[in-house]
Design a protein around this ligand. Structure first.
Ligand SMILES: NC(=O)c1ccc[n+]([C@@H]2O[C@H](COP(=O)([O-])OP(=O)(O)OC[C@H]3O[C@@H](n4cnc5c(N)ncnc54)[C@H](O)[C@@H]3O)[C@@H](O)[C@H]2O)c1
Length: 315
């Protein structure tokens, strides 16, 4: 980026990852950041943080022009905006189509006429479906199981088609499970922390042996920033996993949280949610090789930090 400070525009800027990413860009990186979200941002709008509150899926003409101006000034767009909860996608699939597909389409249409901006499209590991115990690589087959996963894969497909058709340099990132302070309070780790603190029993969905691959949010933010600094101005299309490469069962997570909080909660078992993956583990060799990235915060330490720092937020 030729020595001049990079300008980054973040969609979904008020969300769990958007908040952590924009805070880091503004504070440690000292960059000017633009953002959009349906809901207000936690930080005030300033000269350095140029925030628009709007629905990407149904922009009014004034908002579309405003967004186009912001994107024209940006070097990189990091697209995080989405409906992001697997279980809710069964109750409100239309909302997922709207916010994960239509919103992505609207953004791409603006990027198409605002080139030469580069795009980092944040997808999800859910596109792989069950990975089995062999970690999924970026070349593994995609087999989405839930409406959430299907809408995220559709969003990826749109970005990939726009990258090829309109020469938009694009990197699709597939994060596995992320966690840390500020995460939505209905997700496994913050929900468990709150229940353990309140002395309530923990609800285990199914047998608790479902395996997930966890990365601390600050490590995820680090990878997005490394990609933003290195994404080529040449038309390219990359897919990269964001993962620890290590599988951990839900039962182990519950034990780690209870240990970190110094409590011994009672357990109650319930039926497994539809569309829950049994095993989801991702290989991170590509992120390591291409961006020199590997997670620095191990799960035990990340859980301890989250128990100590997290207040959670309403979903
Ligand atoms: N958190 C994880 O573990 C995880 C894992 C894999 C992938 N991801 C992906 O990362 C991204 C961010 O996830 P998150 O955990 O921060 O979720 P989040 O729900 O906290 O944030 C998403 C943000 O997008 C906004 N949004 C939704 N629809 C919008 C629209 N039409 N217009 C404008 N804003 C809109 C929401 O208001 C919300 O603030 C999502 O794309 C998600 O699919 C997250």
């Amino acid at each position: 980026m030729g020595g001049t400070p990079m300008k980054v525009f973040v969609t979904g800027a008020s969300g769990f990852i958007g908040e952590a990413l924009t805070s880091r860009l503004l504070a440690s990186e000292g960059l000017a950041v633009g953002g959009i979200d349906l809901v207000p941002a936690a930080k005030p709008r300033t000269a350095a943080f140029d925030f628009i509150q709007a629905d990407l899926a149904s922009l009014r003409p004034g908002q579309r022009n405003q967004l186009r101006e912001k994107i024209e000034q940006a070097d990189v767009v990091i697209h995080l905006a989405a409906e992001s909860y697997v279980h809710d996608s069964y109750d409100a699939p239309e909302r997922y189509v709207q916010n994960n597909i239509a919103a992505t389409f609207q953004l791409l249409e603006i990027i198409r006429v605002s080139s030469p901006v580069r795009l980092i499209h944040v997808s999800t590991c859910e596109v792989y479906g069950n990975t089995g115990l062999t970690a999924a690589t970026e070349l593994s087959m995609v087999r989405p199981l839930s409406p959430y996963a299907a809408t995220k894969l559709s969003g990826e497909a749109l970005s990939s088609a726009y990258a090829s058709s309109y020469q938009i340099p694009t990197t699709i990132v597939r994060p596995f499970n992320l966690y840390g302070p500020g995460q939505q309070s209905n997700r496994l780790i913050p929900r468990t922390i709150a229940r353990v603190r309140d002395g309530q029993a923990l609800h285990v969905s199914g047998d608790g042996r479902q395996v997930r691959d966890w990365t601390y949010v600050a490590d995820a933010v680090e990878l997005f920033i490394r990609i933003a600094h290195t994404i080529s101005a040449e038309p390219t299309l990359e897919v990269v996993n964001l993962s620890s490469g290590r599988g951990t069962s839900v039962n182990e997570i519950l034990r780690m949280i209870a240990n970190a909080a110094g409590r011994k909660p009672a357990l109650r078992w319930s039926d497994e949610h539809a569309g829950s993956l049994r095993t989801s583990v991702g290989a991170n060799h590509k992120a390591t090789k291409k961006y020199g990235w590997s997670p620095r915060v191990c799960l035990e330490e990340g859980i301890e930090r989250t128990v100590r720092l997290s207040r959670g937020r309403d979903a």
